[in-house]
Design a protein around this ligand. Sequence first.
Ligand code: 4JN
Length: 412
Amino acid sequence: MRLRSWLFQQFREVSRLFAFEEVDFPVLESEALFVRKAGEEITQQLYNFEDKGGRRVSLRPELTPSLARLVLQKGKALPLPVKWFAIGQCWRYERMTRGRRREHYQWNMDILGIPGVEAEVELLSAIVTFFKKVGISSNDVGIKISSRKVLQSLLERFEVPPGSFAAVCVVVDKVEKITRKEVEEELLKLGVLKDAADGILNALSVRSLTELEGLLGTESEAVRDLKQLFSLANGYGFADWLVFDASVVRGLAYYTGTVFEGFDKEGKLRAICGGGRYDRLLSTFGGEDTPACGFGFGDAVIVELLKDRGLLPSLQQEIDFIVFPLEEVLRPQAGLVTTKLREAGCVVELILESKKMKWAFKHAERLQAKQLVLLGSSEWERGCVRVKNLSSREEEDISIDELITKANTSKE
Ligand SMILES: Nc1ccc(Br)nc1
């Protein structure tokens, strides 16, 4: 829990730096919000059920559809651009034999209302800011960038019905998980003939924007967008984190343009984060066309990466004082001292049971507390408490007022 709190603190701090507002959505939504027909794994693993009112509902597998629903619900009352972030628990239903988690937490940042790649560059900058904040460099991690407009123009060239665009993207996204033959077979089922399938799969191995321009022509929107994105990223100073990779498609049906994913350069881990542009999602929910892009950043792979790189922070509870009444009759006084120290902003552990002094010292050592405040009747009669500094081993009898004054000074 300490690690999760620290991780979420980093997510929140980056979101705050980028002037994003935090939002939250229900973890349980109508199943219909997530049902899509493009064959995505995420929709095949819905943690869905019928509730006591006979409603078909589902634990959310992702946050973006809820965000779209909320933006639509607010309609004109919500001035664009919208810059929202959320950290939410998401669920999937997998057979436990896979030994994989059924729930994880995802940090999302989304910008709605900006049609140009300026929005993607802000989001990519936020991801890079997070990596740098936790000690990860562009030697450790990169972000692969491409655009689904590459696939879109190829499907048009091969006269593939536009209605199968999303499903084709979902299949092509599997290209590193299943064999090329299986991909071709799945594409064939979607009406993509062999020559079109070959054209698509060959395009994924394009290695540069120049090569892509050669393939798609100088008027290509995909090439224009990507050139502008890299140029802006250069201006921001994080272009060294980015790499054009035509094979990046991502597996969510609703992406329509730029797509990107964070990857570890040792190639040991799954994608660290991923995102893209989804300009049609709100209109598929019955809203007006609203340009949108965002990313999801899960809490699992990043922890693996931090472990691998020795970057996990050492997270100890930080106890300023342990207060210990030596006699039960002084417990009310111990409560007074504790209250005053806490009002001064100090973290105080009050020992709640009658214990031996030896136990109190061991307890203080275990918690790595800074100071131990002992209340004994002889000191109390002189209006004092005994304070032991647990690192310097120094101890002194001081008045409560002196103790609180020192505590306040240390907290300023
Ligand atoms: N979508 C999703 C939900 C939960 C986990 Br664990 N992974 C992916």
